[in-house]
Design a protein around this ligand. Structure first.
Ligand code: PHE
Length: 355
């Protein structure tokens, strides 16, 4: 048998056997590489007697084409086989039980902020935000609270520098200032967020939450304030009737000022909102003081309106039956598991939406 035939027979067998990709590469090198068998046959052409040269060259080309076609075919076959093996391995069994995982919960305060924002958004309030670290001007001075005003002590402020210029905001009212300084009247906003005072007991925590409300326009009066708060409280507690009273009070940044109490009673150890003859204070409010409007370049002869500041944590405690404020901020996973909300059924609290 000629040498060419031997090569052909040997490799035909090899190519037909079971191969993996690297074995195929090896065959390619053995045949067509620099030192490959076929390659060296080509090198031989010149030294072959002229009479046989033509036939040898054409036989060689035929064998070369035949072998390389077969190798290509085999490569494709092996490639497909590899893909099939991979697919078989990566098959997902959707009937397997899921792995255990810990599900996060939404904190009652976050939940309450979402509910409050939803209610006020429905009646045209925009939601604004301000920083926790405020300057003394926005937190006090612009809000008509002069240097020696007792409110500055009353607020038990956490100052962040010796000059008392930077502080942790003691209320969300500085967002009134920021909003009015950066915009143009009319204004209709709420601003929920964290607030800080040096205070700690069952109903006071050094960090707590408020939501500020501000509505400034032409001809806004106390009737609007009362209507708005009445609407909000009914929506929030999901009741048709609410007992609410305005008690005269004092804030430097509102005139007149009031605190708002809601009526409640305790039945079988549970708080019922809107009934009974007990009163609970939930917010401070009033008509924005003309000096505040002047400080933010709003003409008090043209524009006026109301502001309010609601304690969010207390509302959450009442609505969700949580009786120690401090437990809100202890980061106890068991507590959160009990009082927290599932992200999937975040209620907007709104009528009709199922919980
Ligand atoms: N900022 C006041 C407080 O923290 C509440 C308030 C806000 C009162 C707006 C009047 C108007 O006690």
């Amino acid at each position: 048998m000629s040498e060419l035939k031997k090569i052909k027979e040997k490799f035909l067998l090899k190519i037909q056997s079971k191969l993996n990709p690297s074995e195929i590469n090896q065959i390619k090198t053995d045949l067509f590489g620099k030192e490959g068998l076929i390659t060296s046959q080509f090198k031989k052409i010149g030294s072959i007697a002229e009479s046989e040269r033509k036939k040898f060259a054409s036989d060689l080309n035929l064998i070369k084409d035949e072998l390389s076609d077969l190798i290509d075919l085999k490569s494709k076959e092996v490639e497909i086989e590899q893909i099939n093996i991979k697919l078989r391995k990566e098959k997902i069994d959707v009937t397997l039980p899921e792995r255990n995982f810990l599900r996060g919960k939404i904190h009652p305060v976050s939940q309450t902020i979402d509910e409050i924002s939803a209610i006020f958004s429905e009646i045209g309030f925009n939601v604004e935000e301000g920083p926790d670290v405020e300057n003394e001007y926005n937190n006090f001075t612009a809000l008509n609270t002069p240097d020696n005003h007792p409110a500055r002590d009353m607020h038990d402020t956490f100052y962040l520098d010796v000059n008392k210029e930077k502080l942790l905001r003691t209320h969300t009212s500085p967002v009134q200032i920021r909003t009015m300084m950066n915009g143009k009247a009319p204004f209709k906003i709420i601003a929920p967020g964290r607030t800080y005072r040096s205070d700690s007991d069952q109903t006071h925590s050094p960090m707590f939450h408020q939501v500020e409300g501000l509505h400034i326009d032409k001809n806004i009066n106390m009737g609007h304030l009362k209507g708005c708060l009445n609407y909000f409280i009914k929506e929030f507690f999901e009741v048709d009737k609410i007992k609410m009273r305005f008690r005269p009070s004092h804030f430097p940044f509102t005139e007149p000022s009031a605190e708002v109490d809601i009526g409640y009673e305790i039945k079988d150890g549970k708080i019922i909102i809107g009934e009974g003859d007990k009163w609970l204070e939930i917010l401070g409010c009033g008509m924005v003081h003309p000096n505040v409007l002047k400080n933010v370049k709003v003409d008090p002869k043209k524009y006026q309106g109301y502001a309010f500041g609601i304690g969010i944590d207390r509302l959450a405690m009442l609505k969700y039956g949580i009786n120690d404020l401090r437990s809100f901020f202890e980061c106890d996973y068991r507590w959160l598991n009990h009082y927290g909300f599932d992200p999937i059924d975040v209620p907007t609290n709104y009528r009709g939406l199922s919980r």
